[in-house]
Design a protein around this ligand. Structure first.
Ligand SMILES: Nc1ncnc2c1ncn2[C@@H]1O[C@H](COP(=O)(O)OP(=O)(O)OP(=O)(O)O)[C@@H](O)[C@H]1O
Length: 334
């Protein structure tokens, strides 16, 4: 699935063969068999992926599962022990300098100068990249992200949400075609999160491909595709909307009085199931549809609560995945 109909017919990238009219857009990333070991321990194992141009691709998984290492290898920032592929049409093993020049990287921590103004920070980054028309680029970056009115403000005095906007503006100033986001909205208020993701969607619609490494549901639900990684292996890789179905997750929605007491009772019942609270409603999910349907039937027969079977959503799937995985730092392996 390629986001943004306007993308069709973009020229084929170098290394992908001759550009002809109306060619389909090549994948932004196409890698096979990526493997990496540190100190004899394999932290990424035989990783394959195709990332469509303009997609927002989420990388989920427990701490230490290999998400960052995988992303760094795909973008030519780290050399794999084995495997091959292309990123933005460049060979990940041979052309890492060209890939790096086309990638914007937004880390979790604010890494700009707090005692420089917004404009000075952007100008500094533009100098680092030795960009032409610095003044124009900085002005456009300020305007695009709604920062023009605040250009003279010291970066250190900005709120979390504005700092994040500035960080995004800074990592887009060289107009990268691939954006790497590492838990980009951690610790940012909900309104700023939404604004941030609106901006990311706008960039994706223009053809910027976005890779997001995250532990947060709010960020996962913004992604078009999700790859779930544990112990260095990709366990699931699918369009976000298909993830619940891939897990085989069935969900019952429960409404009614004294929902907290019911939640406790359901949690106390043996069997592998998930009870997630969404306000005054419970979502009870499991992969064993038969067992869950019997449980729902038994509780519904009491007549105290309304039980409705529904298709599992990404929220339930995300909670399921994160709950079943432990941190992977201590994982053994070859
Ligand atoms: N340069 C390195 N040298 C040695 N070990 C490393 C190095 N980089 C990563 N590791 C180890 O590789 C494993 C995978 O790390 P990685 O950062 O890729 O995981 P992650 O899924 O991104 O984790 P997190 O969600 O905590 O950021 C971890 O056990 C980590 O300690």
């Amino acid at each position: 699935m390629t986001r943004g109909a306007g993308m069709a017919g973009r020229p084929v990238q170098p290394g992908q063969g001759p550009a002809g009219p109306a060619k389909t857009v090549p994948s932004a990333i196409s890698v096979r068999g990526l493997t990496k070991a540190f100190h004899g321990r394999r932290v990424v194992d035989d990783f394959d992926i195709e990332v469509p141009t303009g997609a927002i691709y989420g990388f989920l998984g427990p701490n230490g599962s290999g998400k960052t290492t995988t992303i760094r290898m795909m973008c030519g920032l780290l050399t794999p022990d084995a495997g091959q592929g292309t990123c933005l049409g460049f060979d990940i093993l041979r052309d890492s300098a060209r890939i790096k020049a086309a990638v914007g990287y937004m880390t979790q921590r604010f890494s700009l100068y707090e005692d420089l103004t917004i404009r000075e920070n952007l100008d500094f980054i533009a100098r680092m990249y030795r960009l032409d028309d610095r003044r124009g680029r900085v002005a456009r970056a300020l305007a695009d992200l709604g920062l023009a009115d605040r250009a003279g403000q010291l970066a250190g005095t900005l709120s979390g949400g504005w700092k994040q906007r500035l960080a995004l503006a800074a990592c887009m100033i060289h107009q990268p075609r691939l954006l790497l986001l590492d838990e980009p909205t951690a610790g940012v208020d909900p309104k700023a999160r939404r604004d941030f993701w609106d901006e990311i969607r706008r960039l994706a619609a223009q053809g910027v491909t976005v890779l997001v490494s995250t532990h947060y549901m709010d960020e996962a639900v913004q992604c078009d595709f999700i790859a779930y990684i544990a112990y260095g292996r990709k366990l699931i890789d699918a369009p976000a909307t298909e993830i619940p179905q891939r897990l085989g997750l069935v969900t019952w929605r429960v409404e009614g009085p004294a929902i907290t007491a019911l939640e406790a009772e359901l949690r106390a019942r043996p069997g592998l199931r998930q009870v997630a609270r969404f306000g005054a409603v419970l979502h009870v999910s499991a992969t064993d549809a038969g067992a869950l349907d019997r449980l729902a039937g038994e509780f519904a027969a009491r007549g105290t609560h309304r039980w409705q079977r529904q298709t599992g959503g990404l929220e339930e799937a995300f909670i399921w995945l994160m709950a079943t995985a432990r941190d992977n730092f201590a994982a053994g392996g070859a």
